[in-house]
Design a protein around this ligand. Structure first.
Ligand SMILES: [Zn+2]
Length: 406
């Protein structure tokens, strides 16, 4: 085991180069204004071939919206000595979210910069860190003299950030995973790597459209300001939801439900027009004990109040409800083996728990496939100046390599 950790350690520089080069290639879903993951996938496939992986498959999900017409998913297999044992999977995603407000970045989000132990750039942590760690952990095991008994499998998927339809859900629908497989999704974690996520919150997303009446800015008497009405709604809905659904559950971090108004779409292009329409989005992560339909009823009730007060009309579109699937049992083989790997490599005892989530793991759990979520990170996903700690990436790769051997 010591040797294996050393083998991973020796790959540190190569890992930094891989992650840096990969993150220069954006991989943004068409839903978020990007052209998909094809270019990044080609880079990864080329690297895998150079590293000596000879069992690499590309599984493409048709999607007419992107150039080339498909969304790539990469499956890597390192055969084990006992092929009767269920395989151990590490599932990571190659797609990223856009950089957001560019002015908040201190470095170019698409040209990663290394400062001491930190590499800064969009997607370096989410999910570049673990994607890289899993590939190099697999390489260390593949090149080691003792090898491993199980098949080691990596799934490097598309489309995780906007629903996984062309990514992990597509692979699951193709029957790639068995119910006895050990599945690790390293896509959320904590700074000390002591949390193993086995359950997620329910997820509610919606688009809120406020309809008013457009008018010249000097004549509010002739119009209804949709932006103003929407702002009143935003302020009230946040208060109301957090007050109404204040239930706490210590299994989760944070231990309460969250209800956030997030993306704001542009309204009028000029300063001297009162907007007649305003659009924003909400993202709610709700404890499994709370009924999402109930939450939706509260949202509609508050909308009615605002309509009455302002004369605007509020409607909802793209309401996406994801009820939290059943938790992965805390004594399932993936949780047990991961705990053992962490104990062996770091001497730590990791605890199963729940998070706000929305990772690939929920797709597995929905189909009754037990999956665990774990990694070591500073929780910077989707933030400006996102960084990956190199020590976390290399340290996690050592744990993954150990997991492959169990
Ligand atoms: Zn992610």
């Amino acid at each position: 085991m010591k040797d294996l950790s050393q083998d991973v350690e020796n790959l540190r520089d190569e890992m930094i180069v891989f992650l840096t080069e990969m993150c220069r290639i954006p991989a943004i879903a068409p839903d978020s204004g990007g052209t998909g993951e094809a270019e990044r996938a080609s880079f990864i496939m080329m690297k895998l071939a150079l590293m000596g992986f000879d069992n690499v498959k590309l599984i493409e999900a048709p999607d007419k919206r992107v150039p080339g017409g498909t969304r790539p998913n990469i499956i890597v297999t390192v055969p084990g000595k006992n092929r009767k044992l269920p395989p151990v999977w590490i599932v990571t995603h190659m797609d990223i979210v856009p950089e957001g407000d560019r002015s908040l970045w201190k470095t170019d989000p698409f040209d990663p910069v290394l400062k001491k132990d930190r590499l800064f750039g969009r997607g370096v942590e989410d999910n570049g860190q673990s994607l890289t760690a899993s590939i190099f952990a697999a390489k260390a095991v593949m090149d080691s003299r003792e090898g491993q008994s199980r098949d080691v499998k990596l799934a490097i998927v598309s489309d995780e950030e906007v629903g996984s339809k062309y990514g992990i859900q597509y692979l699951i629908s193709k029957g790639l995973f068995g119910k006895d497989d050990l599945i690790l999704v390293p896509d959320a974690g904590s700074p000390d790597g002591s949390k193993i996520e086995v359950v997620e919150k329910s997820h509610l997303q919606l688009k809120v459209i406020t309809h008013g009446k457009q008018a010249h800015a000097s004549r509010p008497d002739k119009g209804t300001n949709a932006f103003l009405a929407a702002s009143k709604f935003v302020a009230r809905i946040s208060d109301e939801l957090y007050r109404e659904y204040h239930l706490q559950d210590r299994l989760f971090d944070p231990p309460f439900s969250t209800f956030e108004c997030t993306k704001k779409e542009p309204n009028v292009p000029n300063v001297n027009t009162i907007p007649g329409e305003d659009i924003f989005h909400m993202d709610c992560r709700v404890l499994p004990e709370i009924d999402l339909d109930e939450v939706m009823r509260t949202i509609r009730k508050v909308a009615k109040e605002i309509e009455k007060e302002t004369g605007a009309k509020i409607s909802f579109e793209n309401v996406r409800k994801g009820k939290a699937p059943k938790a992965t049992p805390v004594d399932s083989p993936i949780v047990k083996n991961l705990q053992k790997a962490l104990k062996d490599v770091r001497g730590t005892h990791a605890k199963p728990m729940g998070i706000g989530g929305g990772t690939c793991a929920a797709c597995f759990r929905e189909k009754g496939l037990p999956a665990a979520v774990w990694e070591t990170n500073d929780e910077l996903a989707h933030e400006p100046n996102e960084y990956c700690k190199i020590s976390n990436m290399v340290g996690d790769a050592k744990v993954m390599a150990r997991l492959f051997q169990l």
